[in-house]
Design a binder for this molecule. Structure first.
Ligand SMILES: *Cc1c(COP(=O)(O)O)cnc(C)c1O
Length: 237
């Protein structure tokens, strides 16, 4: 048994490191239970609004993948020498006037959801291709982020044809009004549909603090975990 991790109101960097280790233990156990290799799952720690000291402590503890959703915060963190070697995942809404800048400093972008964004992310000059996920709207009603399921393949084709972009898979956020398991089951079908045309686009970015076990059960390859590891986010008001 892992000793209980510090509570989510404990904002010390050392507490976040303890919660990271506790989460890793749970993730390893859950993978074993599902018969999935731990190496098939990328743990992204979502550090939006978190101070540099906390992120540095997680990096020093060996964490590589971090998620951010605001360009200005991402820029500060990417430039921090103590965070060298980190891999940056942009998971936020892409505003048309920021998309190009986001693409220039991210390693992967999870929230590609419309043609004008693909045009702005495309860059023939990139040394390493930018990994792209198509964000799908999993709610029944249109919402702020994500392409409607009908738009998945056309957008995927545009990404696959764009210079400097590497189509990795799909990304989704489970809506609050349906059980997460049902949403992720449908999401897995969208991923299968994508793979019939793009067999290498196998990634499924799904699962947050509240629903990662459901996501993992339905094939998630990239978990985006914030609160459970970082603790509660500082007030954003
Ligand atoms: C904030 C955020 C997360 C992490 O949420 P937690 O509930 O804190 O784990 C994951 N995905 C996206 C898109 C987010 O904006």
């Amino acid at each position: 048994m892992t000793p209980a991790a510090p509570g989510l109101d404990d904002h010390r960097p050392a507490a976040a490191v303890e919660r990271l280790h506790a989460f890793e233990d749970e993730l390893r156990a859950e993978c074993a239970r599902l018969g999935r290799p731990r190496a098939d799952v990328t743990l992204i720690v979502v550090t939006k609004y978190q101070p540099l000291e906390l992120i540095r402590a997680l990096r020093a503890a060996g964490q590589v993948d971090f998620g951010e959703n605001i360009y200005q915060q991402l820029r500060t963190k990417v430039a921090d020498p103590e965070l060298a070697g980190a891999r940056w995942h942009y998971i936020g809404q892409l505003q048309r006037n920021k998309a190009r800048h986001v693409g220039q400093i991210s390693d992967l972008v999870h929230s590609v959801d419309r043609p004008e964004v693909v045009e702005r992310l495309a860059d023939p000059g990139r040394e390493q291709p930018l990994g792209c996920f198509v964000e799908i709207n999993l709610a029944d009603a249109p919402q702020r982020g994500g392409v409607e399921p009908d738009g998945l393949l056309p957008l995927a084709r545009q990404i696959a044809a764009a210079p400097g972009l590497d189509l990795r898979g799909v990304m989704g956020v489970a809506p609050l009004d349906v059980p997460a398991g049902d949403a992720f089951a449908r999401f897995a079908e969208h991923s299968a549909r994508l793979r019939t045309e793009f067999p290498t686009a196998t990634a499924i970015s799904a699962g947050m603090s509240a629903d990662w076990r459901d996501a993992l059960r339905h094939g998630a390859t990239h978990l985006r975990i914030g609160t459970t590891i970082t603790g509660k986010r500082p007030s954003t008001a």
